[in-house]
Design a protein around this ligand. Structure first.
Ligand SMILES: [Zn+2]
Ligand SMILES: [Zn+2]
Length: 293
């Protein structure tokens, strides 16, 4: 495995059937080291994506190259959107089109809040000329019609089940968004909870009662203190501070708390972890792209 995959210090047990792969840990900020938000839950040889930020297919290809075969482009067939903020969805055209060109055998299936179908339809319409040329302009015949994306606009509750996972969506408070979700994955050997973007009032602890892995967004309190007041008002309403997250994790008691979508600003990652540890004494790591838990 590549160094990035070993850097986390919290690799799953060797016999574990389920892994959490941090494809992108970024935010809207154009940080070249952190691609757009995207997390893959991998169970055996099957992958389930949560969000599809910028670069999702190439990050999945990097994970595949490091040994996680379930993240080959042609195996990206299911994705769950937390909400429709652009940083979480900028990779949707990529996810629809790139694996299709690479001969994904089945159409893409999406789950997410209301509005996801319209976004999908608009993107397909935007690429009408590309689709026409690729299907009738001389490329070898593709396996399916790329327009055949199956979109499920969901509410809270169990939204997906197969022989490997049960996926439960739960509503989170994310500022003015009417519909934003986190997801809980119950696999044969682990319970994995992914917060999506959320303020501190979402009762994530009810979803993760001693769950194995809690992947949670966070912003730095010390970085926040130096932000302009109008941005402070925004962040406080839409996101969760280090101290607030420490309190949430203390109630939730996850086996491992994974920080992602870190808004650090002028602070540092070391400071970010220190701030979480001020109110939480469990195991916590600050994720980087391509870390595996
Ligand atoms: Zn975001
Ligand atoms: Zn958001």
């Amino acid at each position: 495995m590549a160094a990035a995959l070993l850097a986390s210090g919290a690799l799953p047990r060797a016999q574990s059937r389920s892994r959490v792969v941090m494809l992108g840990t970024g935010t809207p900020n154009a940080d070249p080291d952190r691609y757009g938000p995207a997390v893959a839950v991998v169970v055996d040889d099957t992958s389930y994506l949560v969000d599809f930020g910028v670069g999702v297919v190439r990050r999945a290809a990097a994970a595949e190259r490091s040994g996680i075969k379930a993240l080959a482009a042609t195996k990206l067939t299911r994705a769950f959107a937390t909400h429709l903020h652009s940083d979480h969805t900028l990779g949707l055209a990529d996810l629809i089109l790139t694996p299709w060109i690479l001969e994904r055998p089945t159409p893409l299936t999406l789950y997410g809040p209301r509005g996801l179908r319209a976004m999908t339809d608009h993107l397909i319409a935007a690429y009408a000329d590309d689709l026409r040329i690729r299907t009738r302009g001389g490329e070898p015949r593709h396996q399916h019609d790329p327009r055949a994306v199956s979109v499920h606009e969901i509410g809270p509750g169990i939204v997906y089940r197969d022989e490997r996972v049960t996926v439960t969506a739960f509503a989170v408070m994310h500022g003015a968004w009417e519909r934003a979700f986190g997801y809980r994955f119950q696999t044969p050997d682990r319970t994995i909870v992914i917060s999506g973007d959320t303020g501190p009032e979402s009762h994530i602890e009810d979803q993760c009662r001693r769950c194995d892995v809690l992947v949670h967004e966070v912003y730095s309190e010390s970085g926040f203190a130096k932000r302009p007041p109008e941005w402070q008002a925004y962040h406080a309403r839409y996101h969760t501070s280090t101290r607030q997250l420490g309190a949430i994790a203390t109630r939730a008691q996850p086996g491992l708390l994974v920080l992602y979508h870190q808004l650090i600003w002028s602070s540092t990652e070391e400071e970010l972890l220190k701030e979480v540890r001020a109110t939480y004494d469990g195991k916590v790591v600050s994720a980087h792209d391509l870390d595996v838990y």
